[in-house]
Design a protein. Sequence first.
Length: 62
Amino acid sequence: MFEEENRPRKAAAHEIGQDLAPLSVAEIDARVEMLKAEIQRLEAARAGKLVSQAAADALFRS
């Protein structure tokens, strides 16, 4: 249990606001693709939560 807290955390592949100057064009392209995939994942999670919320609202309005 406590071992997980003491493990070093994996460095983020990209940090918002990070200096982009040292990155190559290929590295920037890779990060753009990674962030696009993350946006799609977030949108899918949001859509699922909206469906759940609508179902709950319908149940409790009855």
